[in-house]
Ligand binder design. Structure first.
Ligand code: ADP
Ligand code: MG
Length: 252
């Protein structure tokens, strides 16, 4: 059951637990009839035209499709960065659309991890401090925070690199720092938008092997956007978007 204010006193309504609307124990997230329209009238763009998608706990899904097919819109909804125009998004059976804004922010902070193509690290800040950031928002004491950040960096193979800044790291290492930052708060779901888009093929392979290991060893559920078949091949399931709809799904 989702706990949406247990960590951060003073935020959100007094409700501590949000009861699931539907109980499907194995399904971590579910989209039902999700549509998204940007703009109004003649200028309206229907980015998603009724998406149904279920992702089980521990699954690894690659989202594929041409530019403009709705992949990022779908990821933004899954990441609670945007809301559907119609339809429902369930997280652990809880209808996300019914959560208060603060609760959605907590869901994002405590259950989700994000990895982007451009790494999105703070530049003049050490690897360790970058990884510590999500824990600062959680109000964890300094010592615990540093220890957890160190462990996360070790788990992505960056022991000894704690005090280097992004400018002293390679692209592959920067993406490792970003992955450490995404997993340091022990999320349930990792959302990755083209995580290897800025990397050469050797570095891409290393990052994909790391993501696969996180999926297997931690049972971290992963949804990853990619338009490269080589990268999608690491996933257990491929979901293909065409013009705002899921055209086909392939399971391996
Ligand atoms: P993808 O990530 O697959 O390239 P997007 O989800 O970014 O696709 O975009 C889907 C469609 O929605 C495109 O036609 C795009 O132009 C449009 N779109 C995306 N974001 C916005 C926005 N903020 N405002 C208006 N149109 C948007
Ligand atoms: Mg996109």
């Amino acid at each position: 059951m989702l706990q949406l204010n247990a960590w951060k006193p003073g935020i959100g309504p007094a409700e501590t637990k949000v009861r699931p609307a539907v109980v499907r124990p194995s399904s971590l997230i579910e989209l039902r009839g999700v549509t998204k329209v940007y703009g109004k009238g003649q200028a309206a763009v229907q980015a998603l035209k009724g998406i149904d998608l279920r992702v089980n706990r521990g699954d690894f899904v690659a989202v594929m499709g041409h530019s403009g097919s709705g992949k990022s819109t779908c990821m933004n909804i899954l990441g609670c960065l945007d809301t559907p125009t119609a339809g429902n998004y369930f997280f652990e059976g809880v209808d996300v659309g019914r959560l208060a804004r603060d609760q959605r922010a907590l869901l994002r902070r405590h259950y989700l991890g994000f990895v982007f193509q451009g790494f999105n690290l703070l530049q003049r800040t050490s690897a360790l401090e970058n990884v510590e950031l999500p824990l600062i928002y959680r109000g964890l004491p300094v010592k615990q925070r540093k220890e957890k950040a160190r462990q996360a960096l070790a788990s992505v193979g960056l022991s000894g690199w704690e005090h280097h800044t992004p400018s002293e790291l390679s692209g592959g290492q920067m993406q490792r720092v970003a992955i450490a930052r995404a997993i340091v708060s022990e999320p349930q779901l990792l959302l990755a938008d083209e995580p290897t888009g800025n990397l050469d093929s050797a570095r891409s392979k290393e990052i994909m092997e790391l993501i696969v290991r996180l999926n297997r060893e931690r049972r971290l559920t992963i949804v990853m956007v990619t338009h490269e078949a080589d990268m999608a091949a690491y996933a257990r399931r491929q979901v293909h978007f065409v013009d705002g709809q899921i055209e086909w799904v392939q399971t391996f």
